[in-house]
Design a protein around this ligand. Structure first.
Ligand SMILES: Nc1ncnc2c1ncn2[C@@H]1O[C@H](COP(=O)(O)OP(=O)(O)OP(=O)(O)O)[C@@H](O)[C@H]1O
Ligand SMILES: [Mg+2]
Length: 186
């Protein structure tokens, strides 16, 4: 958590290797990703990191199932991805909507597709930037508990930015970003 403009999204961008740090370093799984050349960095990001943004960022021309499979397009072909995508979509309650387009889904449903997409490659690190910010109270609560359940089940590292006290209350460890410092909140 932290006030608007305090650098939460910037921190996630750096942890997610979308932006490089001007000072300090990042280490994930024993590796500093910023020492990698761009193609290797892109592969590292694709394999190890999942993102859920405030806006779902689904591709409008692709179905629900295709959207979840997008991150696998650059991976070596693996017959396991299709069943995994279907299973994740079942888990997020969209098993009956595989062939729907994003425009045929509600905001909460689109966000659930985005969560499934972020998990398809079994990332080590799952970064969520206000994942429930655009949802109504019930959809937000459902998306939040889904994220936390999947996080426990998939054993990813989950880092979540939120302005919601309620969502922040559900996570085991809480930090606040203030004046460029991360402080643990008891
Ligand atoms: N691409 C950029 N180039 C330069 N400055 C930027 C860029 N993106 C963000 N900033 C600035 O960096 C600071 C931190 O922005 P950031 O988006 O990380 O804040 P935030 O904590 O996520 O805020 P919010 O809660 O509003 O999303 C802000 O002052 C912002 O204006
Ligand atoms: Mg932000």
């Amino acid at each position: 958590m932290g006030p608007s403009g305090s650098g939460k999204s910037t921190l996630l961008s750096i942890l997610g290797t979308l932006d490089s740090p001007t000072s300090g370093s990042v280490e994930l799984d024993g590796q500093n990703p910023f020492t990698l050349a761009e193609p290797d960095l892109a592969r590292f990001r694709n394999e190890r990191i999942g993102f859920v943004f405030q806006d779902h960022c689904l591709l409008p021309q692709c179905t629900v199932l295709e959207n979840v499979l997008i991150p696998t397009l650059v991976a070596a072909p693996d017959p396991g991805y299709q069943p995994r995508a279907r299973k994740l979509l079942e888990q997020v309650g969209l098993g009956a909507r595989l062939d729907h387009l994003p425009s045929q889904l509600s905001g909460g449903e689109k966000q659930r597709v985005a969560i499934a997409r972020a998990l398809i490659r079994q990332p080590l690190l799952l970064l969520c930037d206000e994942p429930t910010g655009n949802l109504d109270r019930n959809s937000a609560a459902a998306a939040a508990s889904l994220l936390l359940d999947l996080h426990r089940e998939q054993k990813t590292i989950l880092i979540l930015v939120t302005h919601s006290e309620k969502l922040a209350g559900l996570v085991p460890e809480r930090f606040e970003l203030l004046d460029g410092r991360l402080e643990r909140v008891a």
